[in-house]
Design a protein around this ligand. Structure first.
Ligand SMILES: Cc1ncc(COP(=O)(O)O)c(C=O)c1O
Length: 365
């Protein structure tokens, strides 16, 4: 049996009727930009996260960039982030003109190491971007405490952690702003690009609402130099329909992860660890193992997909050569990048599919 990395066909079936009706409504009114469907989804998403405001934008990258821009971050400032993440976490900083300061990650959760964050703070540090990688929130309590002491803003990169919790709090709700991607493969994914910024901060919300819409305050008045980066109305219809299922689908992801953990116990792989105070949503099921490339090839031969998130830490990417970090600068992140492997995981994955993967994997390792 071949096993795809993800298969959202059952998700799509579950929302198809609601989406058809929503698309019909939007098309009949030719109301393709913003409008009540975007506002409705923003309100639903804000309530889901437990925050005052949500502003739809066209990607997670733009949500991150707008958060930093709304905080006034620019040339001369420094922003701290983990080097083991998707490159967009760094690009949004560079786009403001600020300097990226990489730090290493925790061995256990693969998220930013709070102690190393504390040590990287300088008088120029304006913000930190904890990334809730693979579906598990970073150590937010410690990060917010350290940041608060030094007057550093916390901008959460929650692009991989829709609905995850730190104690009782949802991802995106603990920093000055939380940023989400609705790229199709995400836990809450659209049928195209999309993103959202959530915040309790009136000023951040108002600024981002202007920045995403040509910097305007009304049809003809432009207070700041903005962008065209709105959440597409048809995507809002899809996302609103999916949001109602998100907690259920995240619980299904956890069930799949539990089968993986049960079956791989004792195998020569390191399993993901869930911190006791956190609710993991398993956007990605990432294991560590020896001879990764050989195992990937073996899985591929058996029709089983796997991916690497991510093989090159950002400080070693050519695009960030100007950061001046040599190999060896962030040993935990570099070791993880060398042997991490993501296995197929999606909410409707069957036990038989998981057993197919684990059976093949146990043979190969
Ligand atoms: C951790 C992280 N940050 C930022 C992004 C950027 O989101 P987008 O692709 O919607 O721009 C992504 C996803 O692609 C991500 O995984």
């Amino acid at each position: 049996m071949s096993v795809p990395f993800i298969d959202f066909s059952r998700q799509n079936q579950a929302i198809q009727a609601e989406v058809d009706a929503g698309f019909k409504r939007v098309i009949e009114k030719s109301a393709f930009i913003m409008g009540p469907d975007v506002k409705k989804f923003e309100d639903e998403f804000a309530a889901f996260c437990g925050v005052k405001y949500a502003a739809g934008v066209n990607s997670g990258t733009d949500a991150l960039y707008f958060a930093l821009a709304a905080l006034g971050i620019g040339p001369g400032d420094e922003v701290i982030l983990p080097t083991h993440t998707f490159i967009a976490t760094a690009l949004c900083v560079s786009d403001t003109g600020a300097t990226v300061r990489f730090v290493d990650i925790e061995q256990e959760t693969y998220n930013i190491d709070p102690d190393k964050f504390a040590r990287a703070i300088t008088p120029r540090t304006r913000a930190v971007i904890p990334v809730h990688l693979y579906g598990q929130m970073a150590h937010m309590q410690q990060i917010c405490q350290i940041a608060g002491k030094h007057g550093v803003a916390v901008v959460e990169d929650a692009c991989q952690a829709h609905g995850a919790r730190y104690k009782a709090q949802r991802s995106g709700s603990m920093g000055r702003a939380g940023c989400f991607s609705f790229y199709p493969t995400k836990g809450l994914g659209g049928w195209g690009d999309g993103g959202m910024l959530v915040t309790n901060d009136d000023k951040v919300y108002q600024t981002v609402s202007m920045l995403r819409d040509y910097g305007r305050t009304d049809r003809y008045s432009h207070r700041v130099k903005g962008f065209n980066s709105r959440l597409d109305t048809l995507q809002a219809v899809v996302l609103s329909a999916k949001l109602r299922h998100l907690d259920e689908w995240n619980a299904m992801r956890r069930d799949v992860a539990a089968i993986y953990a049960r079956e791989l116990r004792g195998a020569a792989v390191a399993l993901p660890q869930q911190a006791a105070d956190r609710d993991h949503v398993y956007q990605t099921f990432a294991i560590r193992l020896k001879e990764r490339e050989r195992v990937m090839e073996g899985l591929k031969t058996r029709g089983i997909a796997s991916l690497i998130h991510y093989p090159i830490p950002i400080h070693l990417q050519e695009a960030y050569r100007d950061a001046g970090c040599a190999a060896g600068a962030f040993p935990v992140a570099e070791a993880v990048a060398a042997d991490i492997l993501s296995l197929p995981l999606f909410p409707h994955m069957t036990e038989a599919q998981v057993l197919e993967v684990t059976g093949a994997l146990k043979e190969l390792v």
